[in-house]
Design a protein around this ligand. Structure first.
Ligand code: NDP
Length: 237
């Protein structure tokens, strides 16, 4: 059965791979990112039925409300929501600017809470599934990533709480926690330096995270779960 899936942060990286996999499985996809052209470009590149690309800054409540109104009025109620929009502003806490800390928390944590709230309005009467993209760093911590790891740890607690709040409405909420995945976000890291720490010996590909996201979206008896997709890196930390 074809579903409507909204992928926030779907223009690039992990979100784009999720959008591609959903489209390959025959679902309709709405790609959301700040850059309208990039969202549209990704939506147009997807296989299958007509997909949609929309601009929205998930950290802004007004943007989120208005984009979800557009989605429900033009595409119908949302079945799947994937929150892959995320940013990093790495620095030791002592050197971090409060604006950067705020941007990270607002995009990665508040942004996902706002999109969940907006999507739930569609899901309350008919059920649905949400996957938030957390991070291994949210569980283990990482020097230089205090704000980022706090945002991802918060997202994990949020996902579990929301899973409890909405389970009676047949809405499932799960979280995928990637390790090091080859995207723009990790372009500054040298794989040769990092891969020695990773038991599987390499960075993950966005498509490998997308497989885990699809599993959680489409597996009807799983909620409140955290699924690490990290090549075993958690074993080494
Ligand atoms: P990318 O930088 O490749 O892509 C980020 C996506 O988020 C883009 O589509 C970007 O589009 C969008 N985005 C960023 N800020 C906003 C915003 N305020 N509103 C709407 N969209 C936004 O990142 P990845 O694909 O690597 O990361 C995806 C998710 O996975 C993130 O949450 C990240 O924290 C998480 N993650 C990634 C890991 C990795 O190793 N790559 C490891 C662990 C977790 P635009 O700029 O146009 O808005």
């Amino acid at each position: 059965m074809s579903r409507l899936g909204v992928v926030c942060g779907g223009s690039r990286g992990i979100g784009r791979a999720v959008a591609q996999l959903l489209a390959q499985k025959g679902h309709r996809v709405v790609v959301v990112s700040r850059n309208q052209e990039a969202a549209l470009g990704t939506a147009e590149s997807l296989p299958g039925v007509a997909h949609v690309g929309l601009s929205c800054d998930v950290s802004r409540e007004h943007d989120v409300q208005s984009v979800f109104e557009t989605i429900t009025s033009t595409c119908g109620p949302v079945d799947y929501l994937v929150n892959a929009a995320g940013i990093i502003r790495d620095a030791l806490l002592l050197r971090s600017k409060s604006e950067d800390i705020g941007s990270v928390l607002h995009t990665n944590l508040l942004g996902s809470m706002l999109t969940c709230k907006a999507a739930l309005r569609s899901m309350l009467s008919k059920g649905g599934a949400i996957v938030n993209i957390g991070s291994l760093v949210g569980m283990k911590g990482n020097a230089g990533q205090c704000a980022y790891s706090a945002s991802k740890a918060g997202l994990e607690g949020f996902s579990r709480s929301l899973a409890k709040e909405v389970a009676s409405r047949s809405i499932r909420v799960n979280l995928v926690a990637p390790g090091l995945i080859q995207t723009d976000m990790t372009a500054g890291l040298r794989e040769e330096d990092e891969r020695r720490r990773i038991p599987l010996g390499r960075f993950g590909q966005p498509e490998e995270v997308a497989q885990a996201v699809l599993f959680l979206l489409e597996t009807p008896y799983v909620t409140g779960q955290v699924l690490l997709v990290d090549g075993g890196l958690h074993l080494a930390l």
